[in-house]
Design a protein around this ligand. Structure first.
Ligand code: PLP
Length: 421
């Protein structure tokens, strides 16, 4: 074979992997901190972090140590058995979210014991899965156990690609090839409390909302939207389900992005950054809804795997010890302030989840222009770029990108012009 190591690997990829993702942009060999290297030895500052996953960057010693220790002690057991890391992680997550879980007392759910939605803080329970999609699938099934089937989701939403998660995902291009999807889902404009109030009825099992829409381009709803969603759900005895798969675990500078709203959801789903790159998902429910899934209703071979749980515990500890929530806020603000450029029409900063709007559909050109200069960024719409770097990103690394940013835009716009001619 001739060609570079990357070219050769890309050919082998094309010949051996399903074309579900299109051609890979890079073939990566290793990572350290906020940097990754491709198989040709080129270095890139990773400002995407495995799509909001690598909270501690790459090869963080705390994560590597926890995984190694657990794997060399007990790697997998199935859910016929329990393990200490699994229980400890569930307790830790409940502790983390307990001040946020427990909905306002409401009408109660059909068929569920209890005098209202959401219970006393700390009374939740966790179901562990292996991805965000699976965490949402568990939540979806949980809502069916209320005895109600109607769900309300948001326009612009993304909840995953299984048939259930897809049923809640708005994008027509993702949905239409796979219809019919599990039904009785209505979509309302994101952030529109009046539309939500009109859509939710006493037949509604749950309203599913991302506190910030990550895939849509870091779209932040008006501040009263989540409180209004809580009020509407409570009024109709529906569950408020917050999908924090992308926004949770410190990504926005808080453990959970909805914290600032003061709202207590009935269900929270987590994944992505939870174990810093080891596959995991979690569906957390409280009050009566925590008891909706009973033996035989749901399951998974790998969910709650001790290695994934140990990894998550290490991630949480490291974020705490390193004060990385504050770091996410500081370095996010630094990036946000420096990204304003002539062609930038909007910047939305939520810790280290950042959306950048451009005045033309050149995001597809920004990605390679950044890559050529040693930076990994993501296009989430034709005119939108998203950054979701590791929470360990330093000021110097942020500044490195900021100094390259005008040149990246110049190159992208020049390439965009070229493409139009
Ligand atoms: N929910 C949200 C909000 C997401 O952003 C994603 C992935 O981007 C998912 C669910 C699906 O998660 P996964 O890709 O781990 O299945």
């Amino acid at each position: 074979m001739t060609g570079t190591a990357s070219e050769n690997a890309k050919q082998r990829y094309a010949a051996s992997l399903m074309n579900a993702f299109g051609p890979p942009k890079l073939v990566l060999a290793r990572g350290e901190g906020a940097y990754v290297w491709d198989v040709d030895g080129n270095r890139y500052l990773d400002l995407l972090g495995g799509i909001a996953v690598n909270a501690l960057g790459h090869a963080h010693p705390a994560l590597v140590g926890a995984v190694n220790d657990q794997l060399s002690t007990l790697g997998h057991v199935s859910n016929f058995f329990a393990t200490e890391p699994q229980i400890a992680l569930a307790e830790r997550l409940l502790e983390m979210v307990s001040s946020r879980l427990g909905g306002v007392a409401g009408k109660g759910l059909g068929g569920v014991a209890g005098d209202g939605l959401g219970g006393v803080a700390g009374d939740g329970r966790v179901f562990f899965a292996n991805s965000g999609t699976e965490a949402n699938e568990a939540a979806f099934k949980l809502t069916r156990r209320t005895g109600r089937t109607h769900l309300v989701a948001m326009e612009g939403s993304f909840h995953g690609r299984s048939m259930g998660a897809l049923a809640l995902t708005a994008k027509a291009a993702y949905r239409e090839p796979f219809e019919p999807l599990p039904g009785y889902v209505d979509f309302v404009p994101y952030g529109d409390a009046d539309a939500l109030a009109a859509a939710v009825t006493d037949d509604t099992a749950a309203v599913v909302v991302e506190p910030i829409q990550g895939e849509a381009g870091v779209v932040i709803p008006p501040p009263d939207f989540l409180p209004e969603a809580r009020r509407i759900c409570t009024e109709h005895g529906a569950l408020l389900w917050l999908d924090e798969v992308q926004t949770g675990m410190g990504r926005t500078g808080a453990w959970l992005a909805h914290s600032a709203s003061g709202v207590s959801p009935d269900i929270v789903t987590l994944a992505k950054g939870l174990a810093g790159g080891i596959p995991i998902g979690a569906c957390i429910a409280t009050g009566p809804s925590a008891d909706l899934l009973q033996p035989g209703n749901h399951g998974t071979t790998f969910g709650g795997n001790p290695v994934a749980a140990a990894a998550a515990l290490a991630v949480i500890d490291t974020i705490e010890k390193g004060d990385l929530l504050a770091r996410a806020v500081d370095v996010g603000a630094r990036l946000g302030a420096g990204l304003a450029e002539r062609r930038v029409t909007g910047i939305r900063v939520a810790g280290l989840l950042i959306g950048i709007d451009l005045d033309a559909d050149v995001a597809a050109k920004v990605v390679p222009a950044a890559q050529e200069r040693g930076f990994i960024v993501n296009m989430c719409a034709p005119n939108r770029i998203r950054l979701a770097p590791p929470l360990i990103l330093t000021d110097e690394q942020a500044d490195l990108f900021l100094s390259a940013w005008p040149g990246i835009l110049d190159a992208a716009y020049a390439a965009g012009e070229g493409a139009r001619q």
